[in-house]
Ligand binder design. Sequence first.
Ligand code: SF4
Length: 393
Amino acid sequence: MTLQTTCAESQETRILPLLSPHTRVKHDLSKSSDTIPQYYAQMSGNELDRRISAARATLAERLVILGHHYQRDEIIKYADLRGDSFKLSQLAAARPQADYIVFCGVHFMAESADILSAAYQKVILPNPSAGCSMADMANIAEVEECWQILSDIFGEDAGIIPVTYMNSAANLKAFCGRNGGIVCTSSNAPAVIAWAFRHGKRVLFFPDEHLGRNTALTYGIAEEHMAVWNPKDPLATENAEEEIERAKIILWKGYCSTHMRFSVQQIEKARAEYPGINVLVHPECRHEVVATADLYGSTEFIIQQVEKAPAGTQWAIGTEINLVHRLATEHPEQLIFCLDPIVCPCSTMYRIHPAYLAWVLEALVHGEVINQVSVDEETAHWARVALERMLAL
Ligand code: SF4
């Protein structure tokens, strides 16, 4: 089985071997198989649909399937709940009757669901190789090294508040919990930055440089009071240390390859072709794109803007293509299209295929939990501390 798609990272059309019989998925979870059985890879769409529906009916209330907005339609149609990563974790935690939470999203989302759900609830990521390339741009060793260097530069009275975006590994959320820091989402980032400056003198923001910059500018921090931290070569430039000393916010050099595709040129082209069109983008886009757009905000904000707009409204949207297509389908009374003319889904979200969903659901019917995502107690405790600081805002 192959899938033709256009890759966000390479900007080239290529053939991805999606479910080859030889596909092996490595992960470190004890109660799981690391190979999708060959017969799932060879099933027709109708057969997968029949099996997924039957498994859902059998598991009934013991199962809740969460579908992130960026999932393809062939997955989202099975979702009991749809939302962004944080909303889905909260919704899942409010379903105590569900023993199994199947998260059709990416790895950090499943971790957050495990942290926020009850101990008896098992969180399952259908394809354990569905990560997030942005989240992977910051790891705990790099963040601890950065923290040490910043502490050496600023001394005892450093007053640095670590802020991690929801799109990060559980151990980075735990790092924030242990060090007086906090988690943010793209919806509440301005409130979180304001909180951080009430509790400290400067902020270390990871892993998304662009959400950090867009939020800091909105908060009133000038560019000259921002420094970019490149974890691969932190103090490479001659003035790096001076820039850090001057900075009120230190931005980790991470990005989302899907949202980096949007450009000012695309906005100008949309406006030239559709005078009066509304341009609406996500804050993971570069600052010049956000500054040129009419509106920017989180995934939930983007959906709300479209839902409340009158018929005949025109939108050029800068976010993941599956969501934009779905909005266009659900709102035929409006003109909605993606700013980027090349169809490009989030390549890691796309790793959740119906065959993986059928595989994990049928295993559950037979009492077998595969591809469970489980966060150890110590990490979960400190990550919850950072999440609760955010929830208290
Ligand atoms: S769209 Fe970007 S930030 Fe979201 S999961 Fe995909 S790579 Fe990660």
